[in-house]
Design a protein around this ligand. Sequence first.
Ligand SMILES: O=C(O)c1cc(C(=O)O)c2c(n1)C(=O)C(=O)c1cc(C(=O)O)[nH]c1-2
Ligand SMILES: [Ca+2]
Length: 669
Amino acid sequence: AGSADDGADWPAYGRTGAAQHYSPLAEIDQGNVARLGLAWSLDLPLGNTQVQPLAVDGVLYFATGLSVVRAVDAATGRQLWEYDPQAAGKAGKNLRFGWGVRGIAFAQGKVITGTQDGRLIAIDAMTGKPVWSVQTYPSDYPAYISGAPRVFGDKVLIGYGGTAGPTRGYVTAYDVATGQQRWRFWTVPGNPADGFENEAMKMAARTWAGEWWKFGGGADVWNATAYDPETDTVYIGTGSGYPWNRQLRSADAKGDRGDNLFVCSIIALDGKTGAYKWHYQVVPGETWDFDATMDMELADITIAGKPRKVLIQAPKNGFFYVIDRITGQLISAEPFVPVTWAKGIDPKTGRPIEAEGARYRDGGMVFLQPSGMGGHNWMPMAYSPKSGLAYIPANQFEMGYGDGSKTWTIPTDRTVSGAVNIAGGEAMGRSRATGALLAWSPVTQKPVWRVEHPSYLNGGVLATGGGLVFQGTVDGYLTAYAADSGKVLWRFDAGAPLMGTPIAYKANGREYVSVITGLGMNLVASAGAIMGPDFERRYRLDPQTQARRVLTFALGGKGTLPAPASPAPPVAAADTPFDKDAAMIGLYAFAAHCGTCHGALAIGSTQGPDLRRSPLILDRAAFAQVVKAGALEARGMPRFGEFEDGKVEGLRQYLLQRSAELARDQAGQ
Ligand SMILES: O=C(O)c1cc(C(=O)O)c2c(n1)C(=O)C(=O)c1cc(C(=O)O)[nH]c1-2
Ligand SMILES: [Ca+2]
């Protein structure tokens, strides 16, 4: 048995409340990591694997798919129990987001997970039986839990994600023992006519225009949180506004305006009461989907000779922020990737100096870096107190923004629409989407080393006391780098994309490193469209047969991977006829509703099968049964009851077209 302090356990997302994704363990180090090998592996079913596991007292816990939680012996991989909250059958229209969670929490002998349908469930860690369950938002609310709960003291905090309907962001704290609600903090003000919940909301309301409350406002707390027990402070990071486009969200006769607190902000809350302490707004008046929900890591560092208690974040907008975590004062902010939307952050006001035209008000496309995918997205960076460096999974990509507000109405079908016409830079032939692992000094605000990756959106990072940095990449390798130099010291060919986040822990006195493979959720789905139809070959991806697998490594490990599965052939022949007009309707419908789970261009993704290889598309009636009547709803395929028959058949024709294209592609190889 260990405690969080000696590093034997990894009991929380990011390991501790400081969320550094750092393990002090040093048995595996720069000198011996070459001997690291596979100790065991465990195959998992179809579904989200974009997760970070936990390890407590020699047991590994993780939730994959739609929050199906498993406990396995951390030294052997033998499964101890499995708990399926049956979220697919309960999520209704919210199943259409289909994302799953990135992590879980552990406290008082309970494993705690959120679900797609908005429940927070505590499960007995010994038996795998639920202890309590609470509904954290109304079941028809356009939201889903995707982030990990955060335990602090005797409470556990949870938020949710949105962007496909009017949400008004909030976090709720519950009692770990009973599930009873302790407090709630709203992140944007509601309708003034209803009165404000607190002074913070009254202050925030002064930064909005028009009738913002009709759109919810957004600022969902969908990913990172942190906790400092010294001051009993909870830190939350808020997402983009809803809708993304401020011209819709906060506008009146004078035009769109206002900072829109607390959209895209870091907020400090009192752990006991949930009362507001301070905020730092990363993107005032946000309009680019530049969420500030990326991991916030707490560190004690020396700047200009003074010890400082800081919070660091590398949010989507491309600047690396160092903030005094006691006062909320900005210490420094510098770009860690190419940034064109702003010239810099004014150190006096802490506000960005926006580039002219960046707000895309006057029609046409404005191309900006970073993109709405972020210079860094949810994949956690790591901070090593030993090297004093942050290790950022950075993305380089350009996106075009255009104002689509003229024809916009709030969607009722749970599609992601922020009334921004967006285009990928690469799709437009302007830039290539690439990634890098960046070692960054929060003191000098400069890179110390960087390693280029062929694609963007690579896995989260782990730093260890052994002077190592571990990261997986979309092209299928788990790599260990020297923390000080970036030198590659060890590499494992996982034969499957890696987007999850590795952890380190001890079991039976030995150090292990564990990570889960598999393509991610929304991001790779859209990457298919952005990166072009040769996406699969370029990154050796086979969405259908890719392994979704726990990989656990130890020094001297001699394990080998099962032989790769061979993909089923496309169901259509190369010359299969299809209805061109119908297929065009299908293409648009697919992009709007299906790509999130089945992959852009129907290449498959982690949640949904590759439909080009599914016999279902050969049978018109059976296809309609699944899409319209929800025949596979309990297995995670949402029902689209409102689709007209022409749309359903259009989807099928489009999939026949894509299947025939795959057949032609294969014949040509
Ligand atoms: O503003 C929001 O509510 C919200 C929620 C989520 C989510 O919950 O996953 C994402 C985003 N925004 C987002 O902008 C984004 O890029 C994103 C990527 C992912 C993912 O899991 O790969 N989720 C989200
Ligand atoms: Ca967002």
